[in-house]
Design a protein around this ligand. Structure first.
Ligand SMILES: Cc1ncc(COP(=O)(O)O)c(C=O)c1O
Length: 477
């Protein structure tokens, strides 16, 4: 066994001549770091350490059967690296005095005062407003059964309902879309000879997931086309290498919820199939795509999903559940995906609170999507001509839009606070993007809270936010 005492012995002072020895001329000791009881030895090259010399005790150990010099001896020793000397000891560690105050760590990217003001409001411009834990818990019906590691109860019920809604053989519940989509693309790649995945450069997987697809699954991303334009068949034509999958996002959130025409969508999917690639849909907001495809092309949600091998849908964005999503596809793909859900740690002992809330959200809000879309169209019409506002896309294509406002961040904050205090209406917590000192982009997604404000009231709010002349307070209905 490794004599720990030798390993912990302090290194002796190094003769001044050795300190001057150039690194290249220094003898190198190759040592094996052998962990007691573990049959593994890690080779360590110690010659790079100018100040380290083995202690006499350690030299004795090194002289044993496991020891050799750079010329050939093997050493067994416990790590004797310089960093050990820099680790604080109980003496060197700064002592906390009795009077030291424990400070609350700064909130990461959060403005707690602004959040408190937002919570004090009674009306909200975007989505379903700020909801309390009580309100979210109320989305879980009394008498809900529990699942067991994702099997049974509302989890299975939700998976069956989603698969049938999307016209797929099976569906699998995941706690997050981040986990779900990376795993899905991995499954597609494992079934093909390429590990490359093509997607729009502004998609969530590329911009918000810390390159999980690459770091966890060894996939390569191929961003296709310009960041500020929707993906097109023309851009796909520029991809000159085999790909395992094409990921399409409907609607494209970063562009304000754009949707390709049906013809364009079918062409993009066809391109992927012609290249032997799977086609995966990031349908985080697929629900929001349905009114437009229905109105413009008479296509149902199952028609849209039918184009894709796998479809991811989220239950907490437009639908307003607590969290969670499903991936739907062929049974064999979903079964393989469930192995990755386990590997990712996504098979929690009880997923029922998320799944039950998701079921309620799906059943309550999916039928409201056409109303959200109509309201969004009316809002866009009402605010389009307010000076200092650009609506993107124009015309809007889903119940969401991005708005470019000619305001500075300071003006935005000041006016938002003023409107919140005087009218108890909360507009935006933050800008989606700051495009310059006097140009900010905001995301407006229409939900239950937005429906409570008329297009005229919303226009009034934007006039005030952009510093226009309208100073009336927003009337209560
Ligand atoms: C388009 C899109 N895809 C995927 C995700 C990831 O979802 P989750 O937050 O469940 O990981 C998001 C989240 O905002 C999203 O907007």
């Amino acid at each position: 066994m490794v004599p720990l005492v030798a390993a912990r012995a302090a290194p002796p002072p190094v003769p001044s001549t050795e300190r001057r020895t150039p690194a290249a001329a220094r003898p190198t000791t190759i040592a094996c770091l052998r962990i007691p009881f573990a049959p593994i030895s890690f080779p360590l090259r110690t010659g790079h350490c100018p100040t380290w010399q083995p202690s006499s005790q350690l030299r004795n150990t090194l002289a044993g059967e496991h020891t050799r010099t750079a010329e050939g001896a093997v050493a067994t020793m416990l790590c004797h690296l310089p960093y050990r000397r820099r680790m604080p000891t109980s003496q060197s560690r700064p002592q906390r005095s009795a009077t030291t105050k424990t400070k609350t760590p700064p909130a990461f990217s959060r403005d707690l005062k602004l959040e408190a003001l937002a919570k004090s409001c009674t009306r909200f411009l975007t989505g379903n407003g700020i909801r309390s834990a009580d309100e979210l818990l109320a989305t879980i019906p009394p008498g809900t059964e529990v699942d067991n590691y994702g099997i049974g109860g509302p989890v299975t019920e939700l998976e069956v309902e989603v698969a049938s809604l999307l016209g797929k053989q099976a569906a699998l519940f995941f706690p997050t879309g981040t986990m779900a989509q990376q795993a899905t693309l991995r499954v597609h790649a494992d079934r093909r000879s390429s590990r490359s995945v093509a997607f729009h450069p502004a998609c969530h997987m590329e911009t918000n997931e810390e390159r999980g697809y690459q770091r966890l699954h060894g996939l390569f991303g191929i961003p296709v086309g310009p960041r500020d334009e929707p993906l097109s068949i023309a851009s796909l034509g520029q991809v000159r290498e085999p790909i395992a999958a094409l990921l399409l996002e409907l609607p494209q959130r970063a562009l304000g919820g754009t949707l390709p025409s049906w013809t364009e969508l079918v062409a993009q999917v066809g391109w992927a199939r012609d290249h032997g690639a799977a086609v995966h849909l990031d349908g985080a907001r697929l629900w929001e795509s349905t009114p437009s495809y229905k109105a413009r092309h008479r296509k149902s949600i199952a028609d849209i999903a039918g184009l894709f091998d796998t479809v991811y849908v989220s239950f907490y964005k437009g639908l307003g559940g607590i969290a969670g999503c499903c991936v739907a596809g062929d049974t064999d793909v979903i079964e393989e995906l469930s192995v990755w859900r386990t590997r990712h740690g996504g098979r929690a002992f009880g997923l029922w609170p998320y799944a039950a809330s998701s079921l309620s959200a799906l059943r309550t809000r999916l039928p409201r999507m056409p109303a959200y879309y109509r309201h969004a169209l009316a809002i866009a019409t009402a605010i389009r001509d307010v000076p200092g506002i650009d609506v993107l896309p124009d015309p809007i294509q889903s119940p969401m839009m991005h708005l470019r406002l000619s305001v500075s961040l300071d003006e935005f904050r000041e006016r938002t606070v003023q409107i919140a205090r005087s009218d108890k209406v909360w507009m935006f917590s933050r800008a989606w993007a700051s495009l310059g000192p006097n140009l900010q982009e905001f995301e407006l997604s229409v939900g239950d809270a937005t429906l409570k404000l008329s297009p005229d009231q919303i226009r009034e709010l934007f006039v005030r936010l952009t510093g226009g002349s309208g100073r009336r307070s927003v009337s209560r209905r």
